[in-house]
Design a protein around this ligand. Structure first.
Ligand SMILES: Cc1cc2nc3c(=O)[nH]c(=O)nc-3n(C[C@H](O)[C@H](O)[C@H](O)COP(=O)(O)OP(=O)(O)OC[C@H]3O[C@@H](n4cnc5c(N)ncnc54)[C@H](O)[C@@H]3O)c2cc1C
Length: 367
């Protein structure tokens, strides 16, 4: 028997309670529609892993890419307006240090750094005006909380299949079946199972303790000249988390040749396959060169995200189903704007809220 059957079904079902799914559900429920958000827990059934399952994502405006800057600018007021859980519940303002060469010079988002700050970051001359650390789980919780106030129905379940019968979508989950007029899949890298052209990049994050370091004032950095051919950039959250006898720095690496995973390889990647990341030794060497003072006992954590050939998010369509995918490692800081930019293609009420250069056009899905 269905646990989820609702009389008359829903207007919209959103699949995936990640950053983009939570943002999409909030945008749609704001329009007065009956919305159900169905999301699997991270790691459920050894299959439903997530890109957001971590304690920190970086907020910055400057990428040397005006598209992501514009998307992030559109997001800033949306995240600040969230209620009842305010922006302070998921965003900590911090200085983000950058190389001067990353600046396009077209905006005022980067300014000369005012102080030398952290000694490890001497070469990074600029700081981003909007720098911050986003707690992704808390950001999702804040979007969910606001959407529930507006009538969102939320279920923790896995969607196993969607079929279209008589003009309605039949949504089968591991907790029952229900119907909706439209389904928006925001299933992160899982969408690569359904969409040709979407790729999954396997990633590893390093967590290193500096004994006796004091946590805070926090700084982040993105070094686009990391001094090695293995990586196009290295980014870090310096001493951002307090632990017994010290503070933890988190480092991420953009590989010059990313590790591409087949969808069938993703569960194995999260369950230990990441330990064969071909650049793991280079990551550790970079860390040792950067600062010898780290505790040799490192922790690493697997993760992954989806990428599109043009590095932009995309909206695919088949009948009454839509797939919003392609976070390209960027979407924590701009997920609400990104969802709005996609939904503007489907909902005239959102059209004027999105500048033309950010609106998406649904493309036919070819599995
Ligand atoms: C290493 C790394 C570093 C990053 N750094 C930054 C950064 O500094 N700044 C930034 O802005 N962004 C950053 N990002 C990107 C950001 O984390 C992602 O853009 C974001 O998490 C992607 O959100 P998503 O909703 O598309 O996917 P996810 O967060 O993966 O959410 C998709 C959800 O859908 C669920 N799901 C999938 N299929 C189903 C189904 N059939 N039924 C039910 N549930 C389903 C999954 O379990 C998952 O919970 C980074 C990402 C990674 C991996």
């Amino acid at each position: 028997m269905s646990l989820l059957m609702t009389r008359g079904g829903f207007d919209d079902v959103v699949v995936g309670n990640g950053l983009i799914g939570a943002a999409a559900a909030l945008e749609i429920v704001r329009l007065g529609r009956r919305v159900c958000l169905v999301g699997a827990e991270h790691g459920a059934a050894g299959r439903w892993f997530s890109a957001h399952f971590d304690d920190s994502r970086m907020l910055r405006l400057q990428h040397g890419d005006g598209y992501w800057e514009a998307m992030t600018r559109l997001n800033l007021p949306l995240m600040r307006d969230l209620k009842p859980q305010p922006v302070a519940s998921f965003l900590t303002p911090v200085v983000v240090r950058l190389r001067a060469s990353i600046s396009t010079g077209e905006t005022a988002s980067v300014r000369q750094r005012r102080s030398l700050g952290n000694d490890l970051l001497q070469a990074l001359e600029l700081e981003d005006e909007a720098g911050g650390i986003i707690d992704p789980l808390a950001y999702i919780a804040a979007m969910n909380a606001q959407a529930r106030v507006l009538g969102l129905v939320q279920h923790s379940a896995a969607v196993l299949g969607v079929s279209e019968v008589g003009g309605r979508c039949q949504v089968e989950t591991d907790r029952g079946t229900f119907t909706a007029a439209r389904v928006v899949h925001a299933s992160g890298f899982h969408a690569a199972e359904a969409l040709s052209g979407l790729q999954v990049v396997g990633k590893v994050l390093l967590f290193a303790r500096r004994p006796h370091a004091v946590a805070g004032p926090k700084e982040c950095f993105v070094d686009t000249q990391p001094g090695t051919v293995a990586f196009s950039d290295v980014y870090g959250f310096c001493d951002y988390r307090r632990v017994p006898q010290g503070a933890v720095t988190k480092l991420g690496f953009s590989e010059a040749r990313p590790v591409l995973l087949e969808p069938s390889q993703v569960p194995g990647w999260f369950s230990g396959g990441w330990q064969r990341h071909p650049r793991l030794a280079d990551m550790l060497a970079w860390l040792r060169d950067w600062h010898p003072g780290f505790d040799p006992q490192l922790q690493a954590r697997p993760c992954a995200f989806s990428v599109t050939p043009d590095g932009r998010p995309a909206l695919w369509r088949s009948g009454a189903q839509y797939w919003l995918a392609g976070c390209n490692g960027m979407a924590a800081k701009c997920c609400q704007a990104l969802a709005r930019a996609a939904l503007a293609a489907l909902e005239p009420a959102l059209w004027t809220a999105v500048p033309p250069e950010l609106r998406m056009t649904p493309v036919p899905r070819h599995a």
